[in-house]
Design a protein around this ligand. Structure first.
Ligand code: ADP
Ligand code: MG
Length: 706
């Protein structure tokens, strides 16, 4: 796929100047150009956006006596002694002094010419990182030159940028090349695509000013904001970069939406029957989300809607109602879950919901094989018999053909990549129509971030829990208090309550994972002889897992020991106590998901987080967050602060992680303005779009090919 709807750049002259090949610069031939290409540098403009990784201060000469281990600095001194020694390796040791102290320069590689030059009495200016060595402070392989030559007095007049390099392209060369490119920028040959009124509003510098500053910060520039990326010059560039990403996601969305979908409209018979049979009425947030989805699927433009709702907020019912509209309109619906366990649970739910409506529901799981599988596949392909198919990623394997697939529901989206969503979409591409997509996630993310990361989706938020739920109270205890916890479980179960005991995933190893769960199970069985204690873990066949879960759900088991397989979606309203072992090892999102398994019924629920001391500062903070709130949005906001967005969203969903200057968290305050600016540019300055994408994202392939 290419980025179809990008308006073509009109201002050919400026674009042409921006796209001058690096070979247009003095001293750059084909050989160097090939090497630069490895750094992603093909044009003069690319050189400008090859930004320094860090800066060195070579504007001042530091007295040797003031030098500390770990300092990178320029020093100047006279050679006192130079000797060739053989200590494991042949090396040249040169001792210099400036009267305030001594410093050893250590060379393992040197030419005969260098050796001849470095003799007593010669003045040197050196740059490098000082470290404590066997002879006191030393610099290994410093950059150096003679300081008694003609330009001896000169020091650098700006901070020295350090660029990412590649083989055969040295720092010195990059500094020369970027200086040449900066001349271009200063002569306005690189165009500032941000409207000047926008820059004025933002109080940010022009492109040329910003580039000059980041490539050549003046002496005395404060290195702190520069290192943190918060200098206005950097913010100006970050803004532009975020803007380019925002625009590209919007274009992707536009493009998807220009492909036609079946408009799904029904008289609402099935919806009405289903609602009447429900033992509860929908919350306002559910109603709002439902009507947004129904409105979306009624048009020929494919729905791409993300439903964010905390665990237990009731996303499944909304999905079911949306599905009924599509089914009544005469089409097929596919629902995809991240695990077999969840697919089966959904299937059970939907079966019991849809049975009174006489709508068969098919389950296509990995364990379905042979003729049974073929039969199901045939039914799906024929369409009429199977209005709803539930499954895992098995749904989009080869060999699965739908008849009239018009709506795809994806549960727990964070486990699916964009690619997988797109693959499923292709499945419905019959007669050139793409299915509508409803994506449900229990990983709530802060709004500004959602708008940035999911700019290709519309977002509905179910920000309200069904009534009658009492928030889960969370207790954090050291594992030395385990006995107290066990006693508490015994008491709760005597009152007819049920409990989960969650064992952690151990170093991603299935085997250890399962052993730990087995051991815990055995210990609890002997500590609680009067209780029925079950065990589920990833090693069980899905049949056994299912049987165990079902028996827990029926109340035949008091306590269920489980690995984190129960993390997502499992629904047993009578379970009101959860113990999570080694909670300090788990991430916030995971803890929140796990905790969401309790607090689903009317009884007051408790979650006990057991930890092993000592706690790291980060672990301590995570546990504090869990103790202080049950609001998924607050949890995820803190998670974001503690971890950063890449991990939270998964790199595949964001497409935002490889940014050059911007960082979502640090620059989050810019995001609302970025949104507005994206709209402004798309509608009023379409000519700026292609050059901006070219500048920041390359040819847009990354987005065009999801
Ligand atoms: P999640 O958003 O985590 O997927 P579910 O859809 O599994 O949540 O719903 C959690 C539980 O709440 C289920 O038992 C469901 O039947 C119930 N539920 C959903 N909506 C409501 C409502 N409006 N009132 C009462 N209970 C509800
Ligand atoms: Mg769910």
């Amino acid at each position: 796929m290419s980025l179809g709807p990008i308006p073509s750049g009109k201002s050919v002259t400026t674009s042409a100047a921006e796209l001058r090949p690096v070979t247009a610069l003095k001293g750059v031939g084909d050989a160097l150009a090939t090497k630069l290409a490895k750094l992603g540098v093909e044009t003069v403009q690319d050189l400008l956006f090859l930004l320094p990784l860090r800066y060195e201060d070579r504007t001042q000469i530091i007295p040797i006596g003031a030098l500390r281990s770990g300092d990178r600095a320029v020093v100047e001194g006279e050679v006192q002694l130079a000797e060739l020694v053989f200590r494991r390796r042949r090396q040249l040791l040169v001792r210099i002094t400036d009267g305030s102290g001594f410093l050893t320069l250590r060379f393992f590689y040197f030419t005969a010419q260098q050796q001849a030059q470095l003799t007593r009495g010669v003045r040197l200016r050196c740059y490098g990182e000082a470290r404590r060595g066997s002879l006191g402070l030393e610099i290994v392989h410093p950059e150096y030159r003679r300081a008694d030559g003609p330009d001896a007095q000169r020091t650098e007049d700006s901070l020295t940028p350090v660029y990412p390099t590649t083989e055969g392209v040295q720092q010195g060369r990059l500094r020369i090349l970027t200086a040449l490119a900066l001349d271009d920028a200063e002569q306005q040959r690189v165009r500032d695509w941000l409207p000047s009124d926008l820059l004025r509003d933002l109080g940010l510098p022009s492109l040329a000013e910003a580039l000059t500053y980041v490539h050549r910060p003046p002496p005395g520039a404060d290195l702190m904001p520069l290192a943190m990326g918060t200098h206005p010059a950097q913010r100006r560039l970050a803004f532009e970069e975020l803007l380019a990403h925002q625009i590209s996601l919007r274009l992707l969305r536009q493009q998807i939406r220009t492909e036609p979908a079946w408009p799904l409209v029904s008289a609402g018979q099935l919806v009405m029957q289903f609602r009447q049979a429900l033992p509860f009425s929908l919350t306002q947030a559910q109603e709002r989300t439902l009507s947004e989805a129904i409105k979306d699927i009624g048009t020929t433009s494919p729905m791409l809607r993300l439903v964010q709702g905390d665990v237990g907020s009731g996303k499944t019912v909304v999905a079911a109602l949306t599905a009924l509209v599509a089914i009544e309109a005469g089409y097929q619906v596919a629902m995809m879950a991240p695990t077999e366990l969840l697919a089966e649970q959904h299937w059970q739910n939907f079966e019991s919901w849809f049975k009174p409506l006489r709508l068969p529901v098919a389950l296509l799981s990995g364990k379905l094989t042979g003729t049974a599988r073929q039969k199901t596949l045939n039914a799906i392909a024929s369409g009429v018999d199977v209005p709803l198919v539930i499954g895992t990623h098995a749904l989009f394997q080869e060999g699965v053909r739908f008849n009239r697939l018009a709506l795809v529901i994806i549960d727990e989206q964070h486990r699916f990549g964009v690619q997988q969503r797109m693959a499923l979409r292709e499945k419905g591409m019959k007669e050139g129509r793409v299915p509508h997509q409803l994506i449900m996630t229990a990983t709530p993310i802060p709004r500004t971030l959602a708008m940035t990361a999911y700019a290709d989706l519309d977002v509905s938020v179910i920000d309200e829990l069904p009534p009658g739920r009492t928030p889960v109270s969370t207790v954090v205890l050291p594992e030395t208090r385990r006995d107290t916890v066990v006693a508490r479980i015994a008491a709760a179960c005597r009152e007819g309550r049920q409990a989960y005991w969650v064992c952690p995933l151990i170093e991603e190893s299935d085997e250890l994972d399962y052993q730990a769960a087995e051991a815990t199970h055995a210990a609890l069985v002997s500590a609680l002889p009067s209780l029925q204690v079950g065990l589920v873990h990833g090693r069980l066949t899905s049949k056994k897992k299912e049987a165990m879960m079902a028996s827990f759900k029926r109340g035949e088991l008091n306590l269920l020991v489980a690995t984190t397989v129960i993390e997502v979606g499992v629904d047993v309203p009578n379970a009101s106590l959860m113990v999570i072992e080694n909670a300090e090892r788990m991430g916030l999102a995971q803890l929140h998901q796990l905790r969401g398994r309790v607090g689903r019924g009317a009884a007051e629920s408790t979650c006990v987080l057991l930890y092993r001391a000592p706690l790291s500062r980060l672990a301590q903070e995570r546990l504090d967050v869990m103790r202080s709130t049950t609001d998924g949005f607050k949890v995820s906001e803190r998670d974001l602060e503690l971890r950063g967005p890449g991990e939270l969203l998964g790199t595949r969903q964001t497409g935002l992680v490889q940014m050059k200057v911007a960082e979502l968290i640090r620059d989050a305050d810019l995001l609302p303005r970025v949104q507005k600016a994206a709209e402004q540019l798309i509608s009023h300055h379409p000519e700026s779009i292609r050059p901006l994408l070219r500048r920041w994202i390359g040819n847009g392939e990354q987005y065009g090919q999801v």
